[in-house]
Design a protein around this ligand. Structure first.
Ligand code: FAD
Ligand code: PYC
Length: 418
């Protein structure tokens, strides 16, 4: 797309030609019998991993195996909030690496991922919230990450529609602001990484479900799929909410729980909200998409499951919170609701690294917050697979931390309580 020259005439011609002149953004190859590296999962993280394997490490004999269509998992279901304001240095530096990659991503991929740095507000509704916010802002600044503590009046000045009344059920006592945070266009992220990876020689194979992981003793040898057996000595698994299922195929057990997480969008409105507002305490977060829809997210559903839907009371709760923050939105009609399955780890941090099976790597446990990490996660995972050792940015996020006890508790910054 970006490589084609556009004129008003070519736009018109393409508009009336029923796509017949459009170039394919990536190929649909028949899977080969063998690859150097297999990536299981064609979400943003898997596609980014394949892209950085090819771009940064020159490993191009790679296939991404996706059971459905690329970006059809959480990548296409999330509320696209991007920020790096995590509490502990280990996590903050990983998310900050990702944010820096976001800042150059459209240019790097030659594809507009519509990354919009419109700022992210995290609201505080109690004295304890405000103490936590102040602590986290201080920690972020020590790590060189932009963060500010702000007053209710500053919030009101920036977001005139917000309700800062002290008589609200959850009054706004202040908040934090990360100005470099924002949102991006989720499917463009999947498509941009897919197109760029394909251009470097990566095979993207959709409708190809991995049904088994083959081992020869302690090392991995390939996968069984709905399109036959494919061999490889190195396999990276990046399947978000289904990580435990894939781990089970290799005889491993991961410290993860899978939960539904819901979101919904309104009818399109004229521009009314030019930033992102999140409230951890009331379990609601909101932004406005470039199409005009209000994009609203909820807390996780408490039960475990793989059904990509959720329960009504969770939506109702989030809606009450949003309407209290923005009373004018009570008149807006909601259009669609959906759910995705998130993989929650005990310390609300990801697992990125080797497993006890030689050549088998897992990248999972991003829970409710992995979209923002898409480029950084792919970058670090590619390094780990290419070198068979973690980069210093993801070394603290190994599976071993659950036996050594070196946990990194990010429940406070995870934004959605779990
Ligand atoms: P996915 O995009 O889910 O990709 C995994 C892929 O693996 C899927 O396409 C799936 O089909 C495939 N797969 C599964 N099993 C197999 C198999 N056996 N064989 C082959 N393929 C398989 N994060 C943020 O940072 N900000 C947010 O605002 C945010 N909001 C969210 C809101 C909701 C409602 C949800 C559900 C999540 C949200 N998240 C958010 C989290 C974020 O979406 C995820 O952490 C992130 O997108 C995970 O990316 P991924 O590429 O690992 O997973
Ligand atoms: O991690 O910022 C986040 C987030 C917002 C909504 C869901 N996750």
């Amino acid at each position: 797309m970006g490589r084609q020259r556009y004129s008003i005439f070519s736009l018109l011609r393409n508009a009336v030609s029923h796509n017949e002149n459009w170039q394919q953004a990536w190929r649909s190859p028949v899977p080969r019998k063998r690859y150097d590296v297999l990536i299981v999962g064609g979400g943003g993280h898997g596609l980014a991993t394949a892209y950085y394997l090819a771009k940064e490490h020159g490993i191009t004999n790679v296939a991404v195996l996706e059971k459905g269509w690329i970006g059809g998992g959480n990548t296409g279901r999330n509320t696209t909030i991007v920020r790096s304001n995590y509490l502990w240095t280990e996590a903050a530096l990983l998310y900050e690496k990702s944010l820096k990659l976001w800042e150059g991503l459209s240019r790097d991929l030659n594809y507009n991922v519509m990354f919009s740095q419109r700022g992210v507000y995290n609201l505080g509704h109690s004295l304890q919230d405000m103490r936590d916010i102040e602590r986290r802002v201080g920690a972020n600044r020590l790590d060189g990450i932009d963060a500010e503590v702000i007053t209710p009046e500053q919030i009101k000045a920036a977001i005139p529609m917000i309700n800062i009344s002290r008589r609200a059920r959850y009054p706004i006592l202040g908040g934090s602001l990360q100005r470099r945070g924002g949102i991006a266009r989720h499917d463009a992220v999947a498509w941009g990484f897919a197109r760029a990876a394909d251009a470097l020689g990566v095979d993207i194979i959709q409708q190809c479900e991995v049904t088994g992981i083959c081992r020869d003793g302690g090392r991995v040898t390939g996968v069984e799929t709905t399109r036959g057996r494919i061999e490889a000595d190195r396999i990276g698994v990046v399947v978000a909410g289904h990580a435990s299922v894939l781990a089970g195929m290799a005889g491993l057990r991961l410290p993860l729980e899978s939960h539904p997480l819901q979101a919904y969008v309104s009818e399109p409105l004229k521009p009314v909200l030019d930033t992102v507002v999140m409230s951890n305490a009331v379990h609601g977060y909101i932004s406005q998409s470039d199409k005009g829809e209000l994009v609203v997210g909820a807390g996780i559903d408490a039960y475990n499951g793989y059904g990509q839907r959720g329960s009504f009371h969770t939506i109702e709760h989030a809606m009450q919170a949003i309407i209290e923050l923005f009373p004018a939105f009570s008149r807006v009609r909601m259009l669609r609701q959906w759910g995705g399955i998130v993989d929650v780890s005990p310390d609300a941090c990801p697992i990125i690294g080797r497993t006890p099976v030689q050549g088998l790597y897992f990248n999972c446990g991003w829970g409710t917050g992995g979209f923002k990490a898409t480029p950084g996660s792919g970058w670090a995972f590619a390094h780990t697979i290419a070198r068979d050792e973690p980069h210093e940015l993801n070394a603290p996020f190994s599976l071993e931390r659950f036996t050594t006890g070196a946990l990194i508790d990010e429940h406070g910054a995870a934004a959605v309580a779990h």
